[in-house]
Design a protein around this ligand. Structure first.
Ligand SMILES: [Zn+2]
Length: 330
């Protein structure tokens, strides 16, 4: 829809009226990283970053025109144990970037928006970026003209599209691995491309003290697995290990219960199944969020909650929230 038409619709109040008539639901927003200058890390994090000024504007919008609530409130609402205000919004972050602590938390605390931060244990424990960012960097920065995937297929790397194709194919493969297998394969690809992220990239992830700092400020901490696989493409015992070990590890490090989970979406679709939902319940999680789009409604499965993408502008977020509350099929 054209920008002008969107503005007219937003100003008319029609969407708000539609929202009042719709079944009540909560919008769970999904963020990753907030940086002053996203272009600095475009070769690794790519398009996952919100510029600080945009994020600040979006949080002011949420605080002013919607009802910021906690994930715990949404969990009670979904389980039919409590109610929520109309137009409730939850803010979540995936992965565990340092800017969540340094850049996002001060903004959230200033405008009074509580958030949930899902961290990947391996990334915090070993201070390294999630593997899709590491591979993205290697394929974009390698000076090798071609790359052979374990003797199976040779990819030309002389053009940007060739690099992108090879990168996406490798992501599809790695998304189905977990644990030490995943790490040793990613490491071998980095080595064979002779392009590894610089040491300084470890500074992009939080350490445990910083994760604890988020919790000490009243925010919720959840698990985003041990090694960031696609949970739906793992063997059951591998998926179980990712659910259980990340929870135990975080509870030891943070000295608090971890009962919320976020499904990584590194490549391939879907990234959850009814079987993974059952495994998450057995592991002791109370909620889990996916990357499927939509609102969280009363009597939804709390272990398969949908989220809403915030887009990269303040007006874009307003549009996505207003239309989601008005019942847009997403
Ligand atoms: Zn992630």
């Amino acid at each position: 829809m054209k920008k002008r038409a969107k503005q007219v619709l937003l100003a008319s109040g029609v969407l708000r009226l539609a929202g009042k008539l719709r079944r009540k639901g909560a919008a769970i927003l999904m963020y990753h990283s907030v940086l002053e200058d996203p272009s600095r890390v475009v070769d690794s994090l790519g398009a996952m970053i919100h510029p600080r000024a945009v994020f600040e504007g979006q949080m002011e919008l949420v605080a002013r025109e919607f009802h910021p609530v906690t994930l715990e409130q949404v969990a009670r609402f979904v389980r039919e144990e409590g109610d929520l205000p109309q137009r409730s919004v939850v803010v979540t972050f995936d992965d565990g970037y340092l800017d969540n602590f340094e850049m996002a938390m001060p903004i959230l605390d200033r405008v009074g928006v509580p958030a949930t931060f899902y961290v990947t244990v391996d990334c915090v424990e070993n201070r390294r970026l999630p593997w899709p960012s590491r591979l993205r960097f290697s394929f974009r920065k390698t000076s090798r003209p071609s790359w052979t995937d374990g003797g199976a297929k040779t990819w030309e790397l002389t053009s940007e599209s060739g690099r992108e194709k090879a990168y996406l194919a490798v992501c599809d493969r790695v998304a189905q691995m977990a644990g030490v297998n995943l790490e040793s394969y990613v490491s071998s690809v980095e080595a064979s491309l002779e392009a590894r992220l610089p040491e300084s990239s470890s500074q992009l992830m939080m350490n445990w003290a910083q994760v604890r700092g988020l919790a000490d400020n009243g925010h919720i901490i959840g698990s985003h697995t041990m090694t960031h696989p696609n949970m739906a493409f793992l063997k059951v015992e591998e998926a179980r290990r990712e659910f259980v070990e990340s929870k135990q590890h975080m509870e030891t490090r943070l000295r608090t219960k971890v009962t919320h989970f976020s499904y990584p979406c590194p490549a391939l679709f879907p990234n959850w199944t009814d079987a993974t939902a059952e495994e998450s319940r057995r592991a002791g999680y109370e909620t889990a969020v996916t990357t499927s789009s939509g609102l969280a409604h009363r009597s939804d499965n709390p272990l398969l909650l949908k989220r809403v993408r915030p887009t990269k502008t303040v007006d874009g977020l307003r549009w996505n929230l207003e239309t989601a509350f008005a019942g847009r099929a997403v």
